[in-house]
Design a protein around this ligand. Structure first.
Ligand code: NDP
Length: 383
């Protein structure tokens, strides 16, 4: 049976892993829409290879390049935020939401509003929109399948179980490349993005290094799995073999293990509720030898504490935290601020000034995002 698929963020790391799986089963999939920000050449190459109906760049200044690269094909080229949402709203059996950052929120919501199945990698969208997104999922009868390896692991461990029987959800964290770094203020972007286990885009790699990735995942888990925030805990597990665990009331703990390869959780979403083959290396536990676990060090890496506090505060706080983190990470990658300033800036934006009112619609979430970015940028300029 051939199913249709759209990939938002097709030129990125998750987008590429998804297309790699589709390439291995070309008869199984018909590609509807592929999107990028501005990487027109790569987007056009992928759109031609997979015979996409439409290719969209978010950045309108890149449309001319996209059109030129698609010349002679039947693929529709489009650009801009509205075109991105229109592409996301095209009927598809599965939409992979793999844009990085809150920029992915509006197109993801457009896909949700079609009542389809969304494989969600874009955690910033769920963190920012929280209840607005989960309410839309319910209202439109959509299905969210978590792509994030931790949430996909939890999703698998919860299959066939009752949520009220859950005692703990344990999110595992690799601890990132800087777990043992001596001087966090001297860390360069190159060091921060050199993740020991996972090959990912630059933003999530920096988030892994600061532990904001785990903080965002805590909020993501809180929305995806309604067990209560105080029942979700984090443990550092440097080998990234156990992707997360669920402990039940009888003392049983179910865990999902696998190689550090995003094609495993992506394949689980592509095939759900069935399974498909992947080319991933089988897990060789004897070669790995040892699995270790540590409590997170929130003194050196305050991101998980800040995220938990934002989730407890609720309302606009998670969207503010996410926006401030996006600004801080971009400034760090541009060498404007030291690595150690990232959590400080996020905390400053969260703590100083009044929090906006709790957003109740997509537009209100986008307004909170916009105003928080402005505040974070002003604070950067003041420093
Ligand atoms: P990448 O940076 O590799 O790719 C991001 C994608 O989003 C690219 O296609 C990029 O287009 C597009 N994009 C960037 N900015 C915009 C914008 N303003 N508007 C529209 N599209 C945009 O990111 P990843 O694949 O690493 O991550 C994607 C999401 O998945 C993130 O939310 C991340 O947290 C999550 N995730 C990633 C994992 C991973 O292993 N990489 C694991 C789990 C979750 P262009 O190429 O033109 O810039």
């Amino acid at each position: 049976m051939t199913r249709s698929i759209s990939i938002l963020g097709a030129t990125g790391s998750v987008g590429g892993s998804t297309l790699d799986l589709i390439r291995r089963n070309p008869d199984g999939w018909r590609v509807v829409a592929l999107t990028a920000n501005c990487n027109a050449a790569e987007l056009a190459r992928l759109a031609r290879e997979f015979g996409a109906e439409v290719a969209v760049v978010a950045d309108e200044s890149c449309l001319a390049d996209l059109r030129a690269a698609l010349e002679g094909s039947d693929i529709v080229a489009a650009a801009g935020r509205a075109a991105l949402c229109e592409a996301a709203a095209r009927p598809a059996d599965l939409t992979v939401a793999a844009i990085v950052g809150c920029a992915g929120l509006a197109p993801t919501m457009a896909a949700i509003e079609q009542g389809g199945t969304i494989a969600l990698a874009n955690k910033e969208a769920l963190v920012s929109a929280g209840e607005v997104m989960t309410a839309a999922v319910t209202r439109h009868g959509a299905t969210l399948l978590p792509v994030d390896s931790e949430h996909n692991a939890i999703f698998q461990c919860l299959e066939g179980e009752r949520i009220e029987d859950v005692r703990w959800i344990t999110l595992t964290a690799s601890g990132g490349p800087l777990r043992e770094a001596k001087d966090l203020s001297a860390v360069t972007p190159e060091q921060a993005i050199a993740h020991p286990n996972w090959d990912m885009g630059a933003k999530i790699s920096v988030d892994s290094a600061t532990m904001f990735n785990k903080g965002l995942e805590l909020i993501e888990a809180h929305h995806l799995f309604p067990v209560g925030l105080d029942r979700i805990r984090i443990v550092v597990h440097p080998q990234s073999v156990i992707h997360s665990m669920v402990e039940y009331r009888d003392g049983s703990t179910l865990a999902q293990l696998g190689p550090s390869d995003m094609r495993v959780p992506i394949a689980s979403c592509l095939a759900w509720p069935e399974r498909i083959d992947t080319p991933c290396k089988p897990l060789d536990l004897a070669a790995i030898g040892e699995l270790t676990f540590f409590a997170p060090d929130e003194k050196r890496f305050p991101a998980t504490r800040l995220a938990r506090e934002a989730a407890q505060a609720g309302g606009a706080a998670p969207a503010v935290l996410n926006a401030a983190n996006e600004v801080a990470v971009a400034a760090f990658l541009n060498r404007q601020i030291p690595f150690s300033r990232i959590p400080l800036l996020v905390e400053d934006v969260l703590m100083h000034g009044n929090l906006p009112d709790a957003p109740r619609s997509l537009d209100e979430v986008l307004m909170v995002d916009e105003s928080s970015r402005r505040r974070a940028t002003e604070m950067l300029e003041l420093a």
